[in-house]
Design a protein around this ligand. Structure first.
Ligand SMILES: *[C@@H]1O[C@H](CO)[C@@H](O)[C@H](O)[C@H]1NC(C)=O
Length: 245
């Protein structure tokens, strides 16, 4: 009797192909200059970042939209409880990457320093029972603000997760340091217009003081937004297409 060995080649992975468009750059895990590869990759897709890359879940960067943010923070001189809706930031696509460090030895760790020359922000806010210094800053309305000289240092740790038999990279933790050189704000408040006008006058007279007090809130919120942004993209691209072996 002749034993027959039937080898069935299930080339599922091959048949599925890759999800990233052809212009999407790829870096090799073993590349000794992987940071340079990633920086070049960012520059290669920069023109498309403004409007986003829907095929791989990259949201539009300019304007960058955050539908809803719930803020709840107590810090020195600050107690804030707020809902921010329809936030839009203009100018994000002019970012410069000043530093990138990757550590891919048995882990996924990254540190990136980004400079944004200017960011204009509009948002609807609803602030309850909040104060900054001795100022009651509760109110509801529209905020407009211009911020310049923004530096963000973000550090993140990622890990592979499996979804339908495919491995993706997801960020577990992000911490940021944010520094904003200058800011000007205006409020269009429907509840307490006079109090909002004096809050704006106070901010605009000493933006550095107010931004310092708001900094723990700004850093925490940036970390939340960056983590969601990165995970949305990485959740659409299998690890082997982000980092080739
Ligand atoms: C932000 O800058 C724009 C254009 O430079 C200006 O028209 C607008 O009034 C500024 N907004 C605030 C709140 O200062």
């Amino acid at each position: 009797m002749i034993a027959k060995v039937i080898i069935i080649c299930v080339c599922v992975v091959g048949a599925l192909g890759k999800v990233t468009p052809d212009y999407f750059p790829q870096c090799k895990r073993s590349d000794p200059q992987i940071e340079k590869c990633v920086l070049d990759a960012i520059e290669a897709i920069r023109p498309r970042l403004k409007t986003g890359i829907p095929e791989v879940n990259v949201p539009a960067l300019d304007p960058f939209t955050v539908p809803t943010l719930k803020l709840d923070k107590t810090a020195p001189n600050l107690r804030i409880k707020a809902t921010v809706k329809h936030a839009k930031a203009f100018g994000g696509s002019n970012f410069r990457v000043e530093k990138l460090r990757l550590n891919l030895n048995n882990k996924y760790a990254a540190e990136m320093k980004i400079v944004l020359p200017k960011l204009s922000v509009v948002a609807d806010y609803d602030v309850r029972g909040s104060r900054l210094l001795t100022l009651d800053i509760s109110g509801k309305g529209k905020l407009r603000g211009n911020f310049t000289g923004i530096t963000v240092v973000a550090k993140g740790i990622g890990k592979p997760v499996e979804k339908d038999g495919v491995e993706y990279l997801q960020v577990e933790k992000v911490v940021t340091r944010v520094r904003i050189n200058h800011g000007q704000v205006a409020f269009d408040d429907t509840e307490r217009p006079l109090a909002a006008a004096s809050a704006a006058t106070f901010f605009n007279a000493s933006p550095g003081v107010v931004l310092d007090i708001l900094n723990p809130l700004i850093e925490e919120t940036s970390a939340v937004v960056i983590k969601a942004f990165v995970n949305k993209i990485l959740g659409a691209i299998p690890i082997k297409e982000v980092l080739a072996d």
